[in-house]
Design a protein around this ligand. Structure first.
Ligand SMILES: Nc1ncnc2c1ncn2[C@@H]1O[C@H](COP(=O)(O)OP(=O)(O)OP(=O)(O)O)[C@@H](O)[C@H]1O
Ligand SMILES: [Mg+2]
Length: 423
């Protein structure tokens, strides 16, 4: 097995999507010319140590990350020693802020001329935009510029080289609970993995599942996982809102288990096989047998009855999604509506139900911009893992716009050296 070393192969990326239901490790190679990622290997492990995005059993998380990595390493024939991880949970908060600076006059000139905006000015204004007070137990995960304003000109995406007297940055900040971020990081470090950064799971999914037009004209990426649902709202190519709802598709499994009085493993199998998000599209005449335990009597339930429970829970999740989207500070409608990813997006007839509840167009999102062994990952389940591989491409595309800002003391220096390695 080749020993992966970023200084030897700067184009290799490793993303570990740490979910409540599964952990996926993806290894890819960035093709700089085509801005594509070639998938080299992928590994998956069932996740049992995370609930609603938070670690509840550290040893299990470590074991399961190790399993996912080992599987991906075998497939890619490469040894992993550094990675980017996804993070989720309802401790994640998104907020919009802004900062402004006066553009420094050339020290050698006394003329009142406008000055060219330099990269350092942009960095300075971003520093100011994120300088708002947070509780001590929170850290900034991402500083995502929405637009820059030079004097009275709005909607500028990259102000470097332009001239003006006042530069303002409008940004979306994503913050995390410091302990959640450092606990997750330490699980990977325990395995000898250097963590190059953490990325919000909903942002990672949006990088692989959305296209430019959608981000420009308005779209909400909704990733329905096992224990969490992440929402990322884009408009005019900037992120306007991020949010996490601490329920996902495993709540449907629990409802089925309770209503039909069966175990959760059986309920999960029944959900995958017979459930429909719209009860009206499931036949009352089609029955299936419930598992019989300890010589009990056999029982039959119709797909329609099962789907009534499923629909009720899904409507609740979608209503919470609608509430999150309404928090995004945008006046226009989202032209491209909703893109659904995550395992929950695979529920039968979900598109129809989501269109009814959210009154917007809805499509299922699969990872895009990927070549290589794509057939193994061509599913909304893998949107976040493959988005992690695309993370660095988007950083370059947006130049100074996006930068992982997780400031847990140990990570800062690592990220800095990692960036130095790159550019
Ligand atoms: N075909 C399907 N039909 C219905 N539900 C499905 C299907 N496939 C997967 N799911 C559900 O999707 C959920 C898992 O989704 P996913 O793998 O995206 O979660 P995760 O990323 O591990 O969790 P989270 O994002 O909450 O941390 C499970 O509840 C599973 O039952
Ligand atoms: Mg997920």
């Amino acid at each position: 097995m080749k020993n992966l070393n970023l200084s030897q192969d700067k184009n290799i990326r490793v993303g570990i999507d740490v979910g409540s239901d599964k952990i996926v490790c993806a290894i890819g190679e960035v093709i700089p010319q085509s801005k594509e990622v070639k998938l080299l290997g992928i590994g998956l492990a069932k996740s049992t140590g995370i609930k609603h995005g938070s670690i509840i059993h550290r040893d299990k998380v470590i074991e399961e990350i190790e399993k996912a990595i080992a599987e991906a390493e075998t497939m890619a024939d490469t040894k992993v020693n550094r990675a980017i991880l996804s993070i989720s949970g309802d401790h994640i908060r998104g907020i919009n802020t802004q900062g402004a600076i006066a553009i420094q006059k050339n020290r050698h000139s006394t003329l009142p001329v406008e000055q060219d905006i330099r990269k350092e000015d942009v960095q300075k204004v971003l520093e100011l935009a994120k300088a708002i007070s947070f509780p001590v137990d929170r850290d900034i995960l991402h500083v995502l510029p929405q637009e820059y304003v030079i004097d009275t000109m709005t909607g500028i995406k990259n102000p470097v080289g332009m001239s003006g007297r006042r530069l303002e940055a409008r940004v979306h900040l994503v913050t995390v609970a410091t302990s959640a971020a450092s606990n997750l990081t330490s699980c990977a470090e325990e395995l000898g993995i250097v963590v190059d950064g953490l990325v919000f799971q909903g942002l990672a999914s949006s990088l692989s599942a959305l296209d430019k037009d959608e981000k420009e004209l308005g779209v909400a990426l909704v990733d329905i996982g096992g224990g969490t649902t992440e929402i990322t709202v884009y408009h005019e190519e900037g992120i306007r809102h991020t949010g996490v709802i601490p329920i996902g598709a495993s709540s449907i499994t629990n409802d089925i288990a309770v209503m039909l009085q069966i175990g959760t493993e059986d309920a999960e199998k029944i959900k995958l096989k017979y459930a429909s998000a719209k009860a009206s599209m499931a036949s009352p005449e089609l029955d299936f047998e419930l598992p019989v335990k300890n010589g009990g009597i056999s029982r039959q339930v119709s797909e329609h009855e099962l789907s009534r429970y499923v629909e009720a829970r899904m409507v609740e999740i979608l209503q919470l999604v609608a509430r999150e989207i309404s928090r995004a500070d945008i006046r226009e409608k989202l032209t491209y509506g909703i893109v659904l990813t995550g395992g929950g997006a695979q529920l039968k007839n979900l598109t129809g139900l989501a269109e009814e509840v959210l009154k917007m167009r809805v499509r299922i999102g699969k990872p895009k911009g990927i070549s290589g062994v794509v057939e193994v990952a061509n599913s909304p389940l893998y949107a976040a893992a493959l988005g992690l591989l695309q993370w660095s491409l988007h950083q370059e595309e947006m130049s100074i716009m996006v930068r992982s800002e997780f400031s847990a003391r140990t990570l800062v220096t690592r990220i800095a050296t990692w960036f130095k390695d790159f550019f």
